[in-house]
Design a protein around this ligand. Structure first.
Ligand code: NG1
Ligand code: ZN
Length: 551
């Protein structure tokens, strides 16, 4: 007889984690994310779902990360990690949403049964799940709910404790590739730190050491990772960690971290006296998968080096190495961006490389990057990585260089494959990557920044009655509905020199986002607010209550 669902166990434990009445949960680009205090039932159900996903994939280990990334401390969230360390396959997002929204235990059992049938899951397969959480106060109790769900479905579990999102992704891939030709590394934090630091030390060996690097850890779990990697790095790189108060209530992502830097385009106030003219620093977000750099220029002004600048720096370096290795005929390097990429970065990169634009959300960038031999992807907000296709890794492993210069470049490329966390954006791995390029090029922030000049830009949010009324096409660069609105935006944009603007519904908040850029800051601001005004008026907002800043 085919194996059955352990309905009694599931029902008994599900009763301990009832769904709150009036909330509708949605598995979006960032998994489930909302106030930590209402997520108990979601975590239980995600535990059951993770077990089912593992069974579906023949007992491969699935990851579960409990985090709300750059969101404020009262928020929390959860997302699943597929066996190769990537985001959950899109078709399962609907399963996650349906389980999370079942109103009662009985409905939940039915929803589980429907997933089993729909996804044709063989229940006799084992289920293996590894999970971790960030430093949020709501983490421990949410993990306990998750554990109940994993118990209910009979999963074999491993608790990775408090760690960063990218380390959890690394562990998932390391576990699932153990003993295969694609072995990713030892499946432990130690294995991760050894892999990254080993590659970094080789890459910078013989280069003069860079000045110490100020690292803003957002008062989050990245602080632990930074502290732990220090002994592995030895004197190859020195950190000056800041915002490491992971136990201080309310400190997480508060006036610090990568999202603060990107959205305010300012230095975190806590670093005000830490950086002198010419010095560089960087910020992680709360789960250490985003990285923003910055420096203080000769006029003592703060200058931001965002995900687009990181992409330009890194892609340029990789292209040069591929060429120096004599592999430019064999290895095609490409870039993936979203509509939020600064127009100047797109121009700079497109003059040199193939560039693709995809909708917002890491899964879109990641999948598009897989189509290149080496795919570099970064969101402007600092989330990104570099993917080396399996064929390219094979080429790099077997290639026989014919000159000493080729041999050196090849060695660097091989080390980059080890240095870069190819499962997901990783602030620590990306930091080491940036430092590698800066060391090779003898760049300070100034030279890096001068690759191109950012166009001034502005991002604003508009609260509308129904976000679902907004639908887009062309990688979210144009609206198809509400009908007629895009035409009005186009007419407005034409009046601004270097103007570009687009409107899209957020996938993580109940708002519509408006982005605008233009050659002058005042014009970018004005364009953003005018477009926001159009959005507001078009969608049932009462002109009398229109926010004043929308002009
Ligand atoms: P939404 O809320 O869909 O704009 C935000 C970021 C994305 C991505 C996701 C996931 C912006 C403008 N949007 O998405 O880039 O990082 O969160 O965390 O930064
Ligand atoms: Zn994050």
């Amino acid at each position: 007889m085919a194996a059955q669902l352990p309905l009694d166990d599931i029902a008994r434990l599900a009763d301990l984690h009832p769904k709150p009445g009036h909330i509708r949960f949605q598995y979006g680009t960032a998994g489930f994310r909302t106030l930590g205090s209402v997520l108990d039932s979601v975590l239980f159900r995600v535990g059951v779902l993770a077990g089912l996903r593992s069974k579906k994939l023949d007992g491969k280990t699935i990851g579960v990360m409990v985090t709300a990334s750059h969101n404020p401390e009262p928020d929390n969230g959860v997302k699943l990690v597929d066996p190769r360390g990537e985001m959950l396959e899109a078709s399962w997002e609907a399963h996650a949403t349906s389980l999370a929204n079942a109103a009662s235990t009985e409905d939940f059992l039915q929803a589980v049964d429907a997933v089993v049938k729909n996804a044709k899951i063989d229940l006799s397969k084992p289920a293996k799940v590894i999970y971790a959480r960030d430093t949020r106060p709501s983490g421990p109790s949410l993990v306990a709910s998750l554990e109940d769900g994993l118990k209910a479905i009979g999963a074999e579990t491993r608790d990775a404790g408090v760690t960063t999102t990218p380390i959890l992704h690394y562990l998932v891939r390391a576990i699932n590739t153990k003993g295969t030709s694609a072995e990713y590394g030892d499946d432990s934090e130690d294995g991760y730190f050894k892999k990254l630091s080993g590659a970094f030390k080789q890459l910078v060996s013989g280069k003069p050491a860079l000045p110490p690097l100020v690292v803003d850890c957002a008062n989050g779990v990245g602080a632990n990772a930074v502290e732990k990697i220090v002994p592995y790095l030895g004197d190859s790189l020195t950190f000056i960690p800041h915002n490491t108060a992971t136990a201080t209530p309310g400190a997480l992502n508060n006036a610090c971290g990568a999202d603060y830097v990107k959205t305010t385009q300012k230095l975190p106030p806590s670093l005000a006296n830490e950086l002198k003219s010419g010095e560089r620093g960087c910020s992680f977000d709360g789960d250490a998968d985003r990285l923003m750099y910055f420096y203080i220029d000769a006029r003592n002004q703060f200058r931001m080096l965002d995900g687009d600048k990181i992409a330009a720096l890194v892609a340029g370096f990789i292209v040069e190495l591929v060429k120096n290795a004599g592999l430019e005929e064999k290895i095609r390097v490409g870039i993936v961006q979203t509509a939020y990429a600064n127009g100047s970065s797109t121009k700079y990169l497109a003059d040199r490389l193939p560039v693709r634009c995809v909708p917002t959300g890491v899964k879109h960038l990641h999948h598009a990057a897989e189509h290149f031999n080496i795919g570099v992807y970064f969101e402007a907000n600092g989330h990104g990585t570099v993917l080396f296709s399996p064929e390219t890794q094979g080429t790099l492993a077997s290639y026989e260089p014919s000159t000493p210069a080729q041999s050196t470049a090849l060695k660097h490329l091989r080390n980059l494959v080890q240095l870069i966390n190819q499962t997901v954006g990783d602030a620590l791995s990306d930091l080491l990557l940036v430092e590698t390029v800066l060391a090779h090029k003898s760049y300070s922030g100034v030279e890096w920044d001068s690759l191109y000049v950012d166009l001034p830009n502005r991002l604003v949010k508009v609260l509308v009655a129904d976000v679902r009324a907004f639908q887009t096409e062309d990688a979210e660069r144009r609206l198809v509905s509400p009908r007629g609105l895009q035409g009005k935006i186009d007419a407005l944009v034409k009046r601004y020199e270097g103007g570009r603007s687009f409107v899209r519904p957020s996938g993580t908040e109940d708002v519509v986002r408006v982005y605008a850029e233009a050659v002058m800051k005042s014009q970018a601001d004005e364009l953003a607010f005018r477009v926001a005004g159009l959005v507001y008026d078009e969608t049932g907002g009462d002109p009398a209550t229109r926010p004043k800043e929308f002009l």
